[in-house]
Design a protein around this ligand. Structure first.
Ligand code: DAH
Length: 339
């Protein structure tokens, strides 16, 4: 039996040496060590041995099994590294070939300009505030001093969800949320989408963007408003920009004004860009109406504030010389790739 075991070891080693692929190696393993393998078959006959012989043969058999297993592992490792070497030799990699160009997305021009505007106000100590786009009539109109029969409602064609719920027509309702949620001093801007039931054409869209601003504190005056907005315009359009404030009317501010910047194309002469006016309207603004402060539980005797609101699309259109608003919403990559 000892001779048989030694013969198995020799044969197994020879066959392992000759195996040239992993499949052949595994066949050797099955042939000798498998359940029906030759070594296993011998071990099954151990019962026939005498009590003295059994431990000797048993030990030898285990030794041989361990050696075959070790040799098997070794052959496997050698073979694998040989196969890898061969593969690396045949596969060549031309590092001079141009790579695959990754097309990366870009910011939408509205986002780019909004980010820039936000940065300017953040630099002056403003925080970003948000409000819902589906808004209660109370926040969009009532609290802003625009009661049910107020003519100002006609100028903002409103999408009504029901009698009390609208798609916000302006970002001004965020003023109310801000004042309800926070005690003065308040210094916020609120960029966002607004909705009006206008037909889509080159200058109108049922969805567009506005940015609201609100400052409330003790002793806020019209000169704070003028100073802040003049700095803003100069940062956005250049230090040499000339601005003017023109009296206007909004229900939620008193007094109210519109801010114009002198046309940067014709410098006040009048041209196509400013439609012959010499000035371009940028935003609406004013001192927060005492009734609006009171609606939010802020005492108008103690506090005052200013507010402003601007359309974002027009700023972007002038910046990039875009003459059709629809371009912004069509998501045509030929358009978007230009920015
Ligand atoms: N909400 C106004 C509009 O959509 C714009 C506006 C004007 C906002 C004056 C203001 C403001 O905060 O003070 O036409």
């Amino acid at each position: 039996m000892k001779a048989a075991l030694e013969a198995i070891e020799k044969k197994a080693f020879e066959e392992l040496e000759q195996s040239t692929d992993l499949k052949a190696l595994d066949a050797v393993r099955v042939k000798y060590l498998g359940k029906k393998g030759e070594l296993t078959a011998i071990l099954k006959q151990m019962g026939k041995l005498s009590a003295e012989e059994r431990p000797v043969i048993g030990q030898l058999a285990n030794q041989i099994r361990a050696q075959i297993e070790e040799k098997l592992e070794e052959s496997k490792t050698n073979l694998e590294s040989k196969l890898l070497d061969e593969r690396l030799k045949t596969e060549t990699l031309d590092v001079t070939l141009p790579g695959n160009k990754q097309v990366i997305g870009k910011k939408h021009p509205i986002t780019t300009v909004l980010d820039e505007i936000k940065e300017i106000f953040i630099g002056m100590g403003f925080e970003i505030a948000q409000g819902p786009e589906v808004e209660l009539d109370y926040y969009n109109f009532e609290a802003l001093n625009i009661p049910k029969d107020h003519p100002a409602r006609d100028t903002q064609d409103t999408f009504y969800i029901n009698d009390n719920v609208v798609l916000r027509t302006q970002t001004s309702p965020v003023q109310i949320h801000a004042m309800e949620n926070k005690k003065p001093p308040i210094r916020i801007i609120a960029p966002g989408r607004v909705y009006r039931s206008d037909a889509l054409d080159a200058t109108h869209s049922p969805l567009f963007h506005q940015m609201e601003g609100l400052v409330v504190d003790k002793n806020i005056t019209m000169s704070d408003l003028k100073g802040t907005l003049e700095v803003f315009v100069k940062r956005l359009y250049g230090e040499d920009s000339v601005v003017r404030f023109r009296p206007h009317h909004f229900p939620f501010t008193e007094p109210s004004a519109e801010l114009d910047v002198m046309c940067f194309n014709c410098h006040g002469e009048g041209c196509r860009l400013c439609k012959g006016e010499g000035w371009i309207e940028i935003l609406g603004c004013g001192m927060v109406h005492p009734k609006v402060l009171a609606n939010c539980g802020i005492d108008p005797e103690e506090y005052s504030g200013f507010a402003f609101g601007m359309g974002v699309e027009r700023v972007v259109m002038r910046r990039y010389n875009i003459d059709d608003l629809r371009m912004f919403y069509e998501n045509d990559v030929r358009f978007l790739n230009q920015f």
